[in-house]
Design a protein around this ligand. Structure first.
Ligand code: GCO
Length: 439
């Protein structure tokens, strides 16, 4: 039997996978690491499903060499990880913890030795608890503290990490950490949340400045979670409501970064005395919109909005019930970014699904195949998409869901810490080896 025809990607395209520090590292008290908001939050009763924590997670801190070999075996060309801020700076600022920093030096060296490009995220939600005790991102100072930490990382690894990402999904911190309260730090205050959102963006801008102040030739940008938003019908009301949601989901993050302003309709929707309006100071947006070299796109699915502003699902979901699976949405999103925000080089920094099939995850294969095909169509349409990182390399601590949702290409048996390729890992290995996807 002949093999199915395959869709070839450009020769320079890089295939990767993504993880984040708190979700995989464990070793939360090793070698002088300080606590983050997630350590504290996960240990509060009732916060995480089954009382799970990231104390051990996938024990990657101790098993990183084995994990590097796993990546090499898959053929990964790019690996997106995050740095635990309190591992490097146990109280968030001041004295550097050499042992913590050394872990990331060894990780990066190990990647480079295996010809895997490191993509380092500086903030994947694990604010040092010592800074949270002083208000964390609620205070404007946190943007500066973050840039100082970023400068430490650039001094240590600036040249060896070709791509830096400042923030991962500021939207999730705002919507889930500060509004729904189901992520750390577990607050429920929308007006405070929006202040946090502004300070996160300011931290991004100051970190970009910090990189430019070094001799590093590395590139830098942010990783945003974006969701194309559609009205459910042709009515004017649905169009209006979808625009409001698009403002929250997408434009309030993209416009400051790429246009140097918040969307007018989003600003107008804030109460006249909303604290965020005072938090935005003269000059902030110039800092926030300083030229980005790259944009990381975390894409999980679409959002459909009715004329009354309700979200409805018109496509299937996954075990993660917030996820509406639509590969076409990825095409729409990538082409929209090019159309509305210019030709910034893009990387998919996360895309994947949770499945309940621990090993024979054919649903994940279908998911990835169709999303890779959508990415390919976007490239054909002229989008500068350079690389794709599957979320996730391996099963890990899925935040409030603990270990109940498995997002990995590689299965982790959390009792023995044994790693085993799922069907999707073997399938992805062939994608990478052939730089093509079976149609
Ligand atoms: C994200 C999170 C990941 C999640 C993944 C699945 O950036 O959304 O970075 O940490 O695990 O999205 O929910």
């Amino acid at each position: 039997m002949l093999d199915a025809p395959r869709t070839a990607f450009p020769p320079s395209f890089a295939w990767g996978a993504a993880t984040s520090a708190y979700q995989i590292e464990g070793a939360v008290r090793d070698d002088g690491r300080g606590p983050s908001v997630w350590d504290v939050f996960a240990h509060e009763p009732g916060r995480i499903r089954n009382g799970d924590t990231g104390d051990v997670a996938a024990d990657h801190y101790h098993r990183y060499v084995q994990d590097l070999d796993l990546m090499k075996d898959l053929g990964l060309q790019s690996y997106r990880f995050s740095v635990s801020w309190p591992r490097v700076l146990p109280t968030g600022r001041g004295t550097v913890n050499a042992k913590g920093l050394d872990f990331y030096k060894r990780l990066v060296d190990g990647l480079l030795a295996r010809d895997i490009a490191p993509v380092a995220t500086l903030f994947h939600w694990d604010t040092p608890q010592a800074l949270q005790d002083q208000g964390g991102w609620e205070t404007r100072d946190c943007a500066k503290w973050f840039a100082d930490y970023a400068a430490v990382m650039f001094a240590a690894l600036g040249d060896r990490v070709p791509t830096w990402l400042t923030l991962n999904e500021p939207k999730t911190v705002v919507d889930v950490g500060y509004t729904a309260g189901t992520h750390a730090p577990g607050k429920r205050d929308r007006s405070l949340a929006n202040v946090v959102g502004h300070h996160l963006l300011l931290g991004h801008g100051l970190a970009v400045q910090a990189l430019r102040a070094t001799t590093s030739k590395s590139r830098i940008g942010a990783a945003l979670s974006l969701s194309p938003t559609y009205p459910t019908d042709a009515s004017a009301a649905a169009a209006r409501q979808a625009l409001v949601t698009d403002g929250e989901e997408n434009r309030r993050w993209l416009d400051p970064l790429f246009k140097g302003r918040y969307p007018q309709d989003w600003l107008a929707s804030q109460a006249p005395d909303a604290p965020v309006l005072k938090a935005i100071r003269d000059g902030d947006l110039a800092i926030i919109s300083a030229q980005n070299d790259v944009l990381g796109v975390n894409y999980y699915g679409t959002t459909h909005i009715t004329g009354t502003g309700a979200r409805v699902f018109v496509h299937p979901t996954s075990q993660a019930t917030w996820q509406e699976i639509s590969p076409d949405g990825l095409y729409d999103l990538l082409t929209r970014i090019k159309r509305d925000y210019g030709d910034v080089p893009l990387t998919v920094t996360e895309n994947g699904m949770a499945t309940t099939n621990p090993m024979r995850d054919d649903d994940r294969i279908t998911f990835l195949r169709t999303h890779f095909a959508a990415a390919h169509r976007a490239i054909q349409s002229g989008v500068k998409l350079e690389s794709f990182h599957v979320w996730s390399l391996m099963d890990n601590f899925e935040w409030a869901e603990g270990y109940t949702q498995r997002w990995g290409l590689v299965n982790v048996d959390f009792a023995s810490q044994r790693r085993t390729h799922k069907a999707s890992a073997d399938w992805y290995k062939k994608v990478i080896a052939t730089n093509s996807v079976d149609a």
